[in-house]
Design a protein around this ligand. Structure first.
Ligand SMILES: Nc1ncnc2c1ncn2[C@@H]1O[C@H](COP(=O)(O)OP(=O)(O)OP(=O)(O)O)[C@@H](O)[C@H]1O
Ligand SMILES: [Mg+2]
Length: 217
């Protein structure tokens, strides 16, 4: 059986990751792919427990960036082992709402963990399981904040940080996308949701469907 493809969605809060994920799921299923949708931090029972611990620490408590990096990677290794790798091996296409690039970004900005340490953790945890495609959603911070406010819901530890933090996050995602153009695509997420989905689908088709054809020929 062919291995599935691994697609990750990245970007700041409220840029439209979860919305795009659903649109991609529908399209992939329409063309006959088996799709497994998941998210980070989380995706397995243990990783969801860690998610809650990291995103909603006990009141008044703050994790250091290093502690966050270790917790995110602990959650990720469980997720990869129990869910992502088995799904890919069974031929599913895996769509993951945030993945390793979010750790590169959130745990490094504003005097966070050094890039070399994050890289070492990342490569130990991921091994060979790297995303085939990463869609990085980029939108002005104010616009994303407005969308989030309209959506409502409880804010987590990162959403509560100030505008400067979110500007740094935005820039760090742009830097990740530019540093690995063969894996990452930077999408203008300030457009209408349908247009974002269309642009994303174009990338999926051109990068992953052609790759599959050339591999099997
Ligand atoms: N392109 C878009 N244009 C306008 N509104 C959008 C667009 N994409 C998503 N939205 C709306 O903005 C809100 C945030 O979108 P969504 O939840 O998909 O973002 P997210 O990146 O998953 O956020 P979070 O980081 O908080 O999980 C939702 O109410 C959604 O319906
Ligand atoms: Mg979301």
């Amino acid at each position: 059986m062919n291995r599935g493809r691994f697609i990750t969605l990245e970007g700041g809060e409220g840029t439209g990751k979860s919305t795009l994920l659903e649109a991609l799921r529908e399209r992939l299923q329409m063309v006959g792919r088996t799709v497994m949708v998941t998210r980070e931090p989380g995706g397995t029972e243990l990783a969801e427990t860690i998610r809650n611990l990291v995103l909603h620490p006990p009141e008044g408590q703050v994790w250091s960036s290093m502690a966050e990096a270790l917790l995110m990677n602990a959650a990720r290794t469980d997720h990869l082992e129990k869910k992502i790798r088995p799904a890919l091996a069974a031929g599913s296409w895996v769509l993951c709402d945030r993945f390793a690039d979010s750790t590169r970004v959130y745990q490094s900005v504003q005097n966070g963990v050094g890039v070399e340490v994050l890289k070492m953790l990342e490569s130990s945890v991921l091994g060979e399981t790297r995303p085939d495609l990463t869609l990085v959603l980029d939108a002005p911070v104010e616009k994303a904040a407005l969308r989030r406010a309209e959506r409502g819901g409880h804010a987590d530890t990162f959403e509560l940080r100030d505008k400067a933090f979110h500007e740094d996050v935005r820039q760090a995602f742009i830097d990740v996308a530019r540093s690995e153009p063969e894996r990452c695509v930077l999408l203008d997420a300030s457009r209408e949701a349908d247009e974002v989905a269309q642009n994303a689908w174009h990338e999926v088709e051109s990068r992953l469907f052609e790759l599959r054809q050339s591999l099997s020929s």
